[in-house]
Design a binder for this molecule. Structure first.
Ligand SMILES: C[S@@+](CC[C@H](N)C(=O)[O-])C[C@H]1O[C@@H](n2cnc3c(N)ncnc32)[C@H](O)[C@@H]1O
Length: 293
């Protein structure tokens, strides 16, 4: 069974500094790795409002964290709707908010949504298919070449974006590209053999780009940040863990331009070598924290 190992836990706790009876919001509760630690520190009455867009994650959390009782409130929703979620739950005062952006190892390896290029699955990649009609399959088969190239280049930071987009257009004219492994084959045909032998699988960047586009991850991050600052009590901390340079840039710029907060991390905090050794996902994690004035 796949387990998600939370990243930068020591640093998150140090900055959020949860203490007795304080309330926190975990905008991306996932498997609850960070939330469990926060709930331990905020005993006996502190509460966590835990949000996740993936209904599967929320279902898992319901039984895996049942011991916390009504100290944990779970919401299957997008953090882009943070203000509304807080109002619905009449939640506060808020001592800290955490965003740990992206997907969890469980979604990568355990879901059947096509996040992974290692297993044959349909190209879906939606965290939640109830409100979102855009799938990776739709992008690959229906978007114009320029749009496909753009997301692979920008969200995937893939230097062979044009070659991959060209090949996608060529292959889809023969029939729809429906599955993960079909797409991997297209990518392999598009890029030079030498580039396929790198440390990182040659489909990694294209898959990342599609996931970010399908779920509008950058747009959602931009939407949540002002709502998070508004929700915090004075002295409350906002912690953002990102795994992608564009996400980190959004957080950095927002922090720099917002007059209601003070930045606590001049440079983003990153994982040490021992954490990276134990959890390779931590390699690209960057933590930025600010405090509400
Ligand atoms: C990196 S994981 C979080 C892991 C978590 N911190 C833990 O320790 O288990 C990111 C989570 O964010 C969720 N997610 C992605 N986009 C979201 C959104 N717009 N709103 C709410 N949750 C979202 C994903 O479904 C995933 O479970």
């Amino acid at each position: 069974m796949t387990i998600h190992t939370p990243v930068l836990t020591k640093e998150v706790l140090q900055y959020l500094n949860p203490t007795e009876n304080e309330n926190f919001i975990d905008c991306t509760i996932g498997e609850g790795g960070h939330t469990k630690l926060i709930l331990e520190k905020t005993k006996p009455l502190g509460r966590v409002l835990g949000i996740d867009l993936d209904p599967g994650q929320i279902e898992t959390d319901k039984w895996s964290m049942a011991d916390f009782g009504d100290r944990l409130i779970l919401e299957n929703n997008s953090y882009a709707n943070l203000k509304e979620i807080i109002e619905k739950n009449n939640f506060g005062p808020v001592a800290g908010i955490l965003l740990d952006i992206g997907m969890s190892s469980v979604q990568l390896e355990g879901s059947k949504k096509g996040f992974s290029f290692q297993a044959e699955q349909v190209l879906d990649m939606r965290y939640d298919d109830r409100f979102n009609n855009l799938t990776a399959e739709k992008i690959v088969n229906e978007w114009p070449k320029q749009e496909i190239e753009k997301i692979i280049k920008e969200y995937g930071e893939e230097k062979f974006s044009l070659k991959i987009a060209d090949k996608i257009i060529e292959e889809r004219s023969k029939g729809r590209i429906r599955t993960t492994l079909q797409l991997v084959e297209v990518i392999k045909k598009a890029i030079p053999a030498a580039a396929q032998r790198g440390k990182i699988h040659c489909a990694t960047r294209t898959f990342q780009a599609l996931r970010i586009a399908v779920n509008d991850e950058l747009g959602n991050l931009q939407r949540v940040l002002p709502q998070a600052v508004e929700a915090l009590a004075p002295g409350g901390r906002l912690a953002i863990i990102s795994f992608h340079s564009l996400e980190d840039r959004i957080a950095k710029e927002f922090f720099k331009n917002n007059k209601e907060i003070k930045i606590l991390t001049k440079k983003p905090t990153t994982a040490g070598s021992s954490e990276i050794g134990e959890n390779p996902r931590a390699r690209s994690a960057k933590l930025r924290v600010a405090v509400k004035l």
